[in-house]
Design a protein around this ligand. Structure first.
Ligand SMILES: [Zn+2]
Length: 427
């Protein structure tokens, strides 16, 4: 009798684990996997996966290590990493701003324009210039602009009057230091060029109209090596590829202390990429499933542009590419960029969702050059970009941390994509 019970138990354990191998993962398992990766990729040790203290290199090592541990194979002759370079204006050193005796906190109180040059000045008199009243920039700042801290008002009306885009204004200013007061939260970026001027976007409530300023900004323009990480789970069809991509780079650091963690953008998508790589390593398909972690996205889609120009697999053999960028909170569902370009694939996706009720809504969007799918689609590779809708909206700021990422409805995206891949191989 006891023996029979043990046998039944053993059979039960064996049966359950077999089912587990065949079945989809449960949502708690998927969230645990996503959480494990995002907590590393957006941790302080990764330095915002950018261009100060080798953040991007640390992240590349982590992703390659995961690919190896999962048993993925490299795609191409050069191993998992595809190297290339591009120039970046980085801020590896001092970042200090004191206005009329009040020391401001970088990231929280102000951002430096990403194209800014180095600048250092003590007890600079603060002067307000109303650009809306200036005929042109050359007469606005006198003979020695670098001897003053200029507070620029009327920027929008100046730009509007002169047909200048707001983000282009800093590159038109002469060498010197300028404050542009911000009434709304500013977002940081990466620039591949350095301009003569140093421009600081400061919360307007913190900008005095007189007094003096101390400022120190260290900028460095140089060529930066980056790497795309590419691995695959070979299928029985070795020359038909279904590709998942996500960029792992972010903005890095603004000075030696301020980190932009980039949890939602795009440690979340990278975590989904790693989860899917693990899933397909356990469940190889008929098609070969390829996983590309792109670098250089924030600097202008540099990694995906490089890959499309130097592909390690024939682009014409890619049956479909799904790019994942911002995968942190799908409370309000997802948006599919390029849905209008590939209506049959889009209706396949919505059909699966209607049948299984994975997500509350799937929105359709047209063409947009807003992530790494873009250069593939332009090169004739069918490609979509999926991002989530939900969360607190922390984006390109110091608050985009793992603790703010909920992963609400995100495991359902993984299940949707798995059904999508199954469907793609059937027709
Ligand atoms: Zn992104």
């Amino acid at each position: 009798m006891r023996c029979l019970v043990v046998r039944i138990l053993l059979f039960g354990i064996f049966f359950c684990s077999s089912v587990r191998l065949l079945a989809v993962d449960d949502t708690a398992f998927i969230v645990a996997s996503l959480r494990r990766h995002i907590d590393v990729l957006a941790s302080p040790q990764m330095k915002g996966r950018g261009y100060v203290r080798d953040g991007r290199v640390r992240a590349a090592h982590y992703i390659e290590k995961q690919f190896r541990q999962l048993g993925l194979e490299p795609v191409g002759d050069g191993g998992f990493q595809q190297h290339y370079t591009f120039p970046v204006n980085s801020f590896p050193g001092a970042m200090q701003l004191t206005l009329s005796g009040r020391s401001l906190t970088p990231g929280a109180d102000y951002l430096v324009d990403a194209g800014s040059a180095s600048f250092s000045g003590a007890h600079l008199p603060i002067r307000v210039v109303d650009l809306s009243a200036q005929p042109n920039l050359s007469v606005a700042f006198g003979f020695d602009p670098a001897a003053t801290m200029w507070v620029l008002h009327g920027v929008d009306s100046f730009c509007c009057r002169n047909g200048v885009r707001r983000h282009s204004l800093p590159s038109m200013l002469p060498r010197g230091c300028y404050i542009i007061p911000q009434s709304t939260k500013a977002m940081w970026t990466v620039d591949r060029q350095q301009q003569p001027a140093t421009v600081l976007y400061v919360a307007d409530s913190l900008v005095p109209s007189s007094g003096n300023a101390d400022v120190k900004v260290q900028a460095r323009l140089r060529e930066m090596k980056s790497a795309n990480i590419i691995g695959c789970v070979p299928g029985t069809l070795k020359d038909s590829f279904i590709v998942f991509s996500a960029h792992y780079d972010h903005l890095g650091m603004m000075g030696s202390e301020t980190i932009f963690p980039g949890a939602s953008d795009n440690a979340s998508g990278s975590s989904m990429l790693l989860y899917l790589a693990g899933y397909y390593a356990r469940h190889p398909q008929r098609y070969t499933i390829v996983f590309i972690a792109f670098s250089g996205e924030e600097a202008g889609l540099m990694g995906s542009a490089w890959f499309v120009d130097h592909p390690t697999l024939p682009l014409s053999h890619i049956r479909f590419l799904t790019n994942l960028d911002i995968m942190g909170d799908a409370t309000d569902g997802i948006t599919v960029v390029n849905a209008t370009e590939y209506p049959a694939r889009y209706s396949q996706l919505t059909g699966i969702n209607d049948a299984h009720h994975y997500l509350p809504v799937i929105k359709s969007r047209g063409k947009a050059a807003n992530s790494d799918h873009y250069h593939f689609a332009e090169a004739g590779v069918p490609a979509i970009f999926i991002y989530t809708n939900g969360g607190k909206g922390y984006y390109h700021d110091i608050y985009d941390k793992p603790s703010e990422v909920t992963f609400r409805n995100v495991p359902q995206i993984a299940l949707l994509l798995q059904d999508f891949v199954t469907g793609m191989q059937e027709n």
